[in-house]
Design a protein around this ligand. Structure first.
Ligand code: ADP
Ligand code: ZN
Length: 443
């Protein structure tokens, strides 16, 4: 565990974030009773609670969450658009949705209190990752249904910093803004940060013309190696934060100054890890599907939401920052982005981790899966760094072999390596889509 803070350790709401553990658990139990009472107004839960014999009064401890039914994305879809709304429309202050690019969004709704709570939850991770009232923040997240844009906007406002609501896209404009208004803090997806970094480093932009010191990334999986690359490339500090629209949006968890995993805002969420096949709870430290119950939401309560995100909770005691909340790992994949290659489970993040140590390749890659005959084949297209292409076939083959060996050591699978020229792969302004699975097209 990191024993030293990376920056000054600041805490936005110590009255909640540092509650002695017994009081935190008592608060969770009390709030869970409220969450069950509110959810009972939804016929979906009412019927399930009745079947399981659950009433708010029967909830004695936070652990009683295990007696409650799970909720899946399919349940929300089956009650499209607003079947989970339990307050009159007149009490809704905001609607947001998932950023899903295909089909209908999954809607969610907030009362005024929900929005107010959400602001504080975003303020918590922003402040612990270096945001100060005197800062200016460039938000390069899309403003729209995606919770990242407006969620962070109001979180930053709560802290008292200045906001540039630039939204995503148009990198030339992003860089112009960085140079002209000199924000100290950047907010975007990690893949968009990679693109901006490329444009800065390869575009002859003088680093001293840019004042960014901190960046807050969320919305998609990324690796520790990617952090190292961005931090050393741009000379900034990058912080990880996590959330999903179904349970609120960004602000469910985020890193502190010690950067020992992401503190889960446990006064407002009960987090569990389960085995996605047996649905049995797993002990802290074991990898599984994260299940989240928001405790305070008024408009759109959900119970034990199955996130399909894979991660684990740390079991190494309390973080030295003073918070008493448990910490979660990075997201290691989704139960549904998991690739099964020749019977082996592979997460795109594993492939990324295997190729990041190679200095000669850029952090841009695409994974292509096909089944030309009976066997699955994977080709990883990776961009070379400018100036690293060699005319020697032998040298290029040596790089390919080394990368293939690295991927094989992590995944156990041989994959084809295709080295492509700089800037030839697609760039992403929002969440990246790095996997093309041709097998699905013929199923
Ligand atoms: P969706 O993308 O499912 O339409 P959201 O826009 O609410 O819905 O995105 C939430 C999802 O994004 C999470 O379930 C998770 O898979 C991913 N995500 C969000 N933040 C992070 C993060 N810091 N690291 C990894 N994955 C993240
Ligand atoms: Zn901490």
């Amino acid at each position: 565990m990191n024993a030293k803070p990376i920056i000054e350790n600041r805490i936005w709401q110590p009255e909640f974030e540092c509650l002695p553990r017994p009081r935190l658990l008592a608060l969770q139990a009390e709030r869970l009773r409220g969450a069950v009472a509110r959810a009972s107004k939804n016929p979906f839960y009412k019927e399930r609670f009745e079947r399981l014999g659950v009433t708010p009064e029967k909830i004695r401890s936070a652990d009683d969450v295990r007696r409650l039914p799970f909720t899946t994305k399919a349940d929300l879809r089956d009650h499209y658009p607003l079947g989970f709304l339990v307050v009159p429309r007149s009490e809704v202050a905001r609607y947001q949705g998932t950023s899903g690019t295909t089909g209908k969004p999954t809607w969610t709704a907030y009362t005024k209190n929900d929005v107010d709570n959400w602001c504080n939850l975003c303020a918590r991770f922003l402040v612990s990752g270096g945001l100060r009232p005197e800062h200016t923040v460039q938000i390069s997240f899309g403003f729209g249904l995606f919770t990242g844009g407006f969620g962070l906007h109001y979180g930053i406002e709560r802290v008292g910093a200045a906001i540039i609501p630039l939204s995503s896209g148009n990198s030339a404009r992003q860089l112009m803004c960085m140079q002209d208004l000199r924000p100290e803090v950047l907010i975007c997806t990690p893949s968009y940060a990679l693109k901006l970094m490329d444009d800065i480093l390869n575009g002859g932009i003088d680093r001293s013309s840019i004042a960014i010191e901190h960046a807050h990334f969320g919305g998609e999986p990324w690796t520790e190696d990617m952090r190292t690359r961005i931090e050393s490339g741009l000379k900034i500090r990058c912080w990880n934060n996590y959330g999903l629209a179904e349970v609120q949006g960004c602000g469910v968890s985020g890193e502190c100054a010690y950067r020992n995993g992401m503190h889960v805002q446990e006064d407002q969420f009960i987090i569990e890890t389960i085995d996605p096949d047996t649905l049995e709870p797993l002990p802290d430290g074991e990898k599984g599907e994260l299940v989240i119950t928001p405790l305070c939401r008024e408009a759109f309560p959900v119970i034990r939401y199955r996130t399909r995100d894979i991660g684990y909770l740390y079991n190494d005691g309390f973080c030295p920052c003073g918070r008493t909340t448990r910490r979660m790992s990075r997201i290691l994949g989704r139960t549904d982005d998991m690739l099964i290659i020749r019977g082996v489970n592979v997460f795109p993040s594993q492939i990324e981790a295997a190729l990041m140590p190679f200095e000669s390749v850029a952090p841009h890659y695409m994974i292509e899966v096909s089944r030309p005959a009976a066997l699955d084949e994977v080709t990883v297209h990776i961009e070379m760094q400018p100036g690293m292409f060699s005319d020697s076939m032998k040298e290029m083959q040596a790089i390919r072999d080394k990368i293939a060996a690295s991927i094989q050591s992590v995944t156990g699978l041989h994959m084809n390596i295709d080295l492509v020229s700089p800037n030839s792969l697609e760039r992403f302004e929002g969440k990246s889509r790095r996997v093309t699975d041709h097998r699905k097209l013929v199923d």
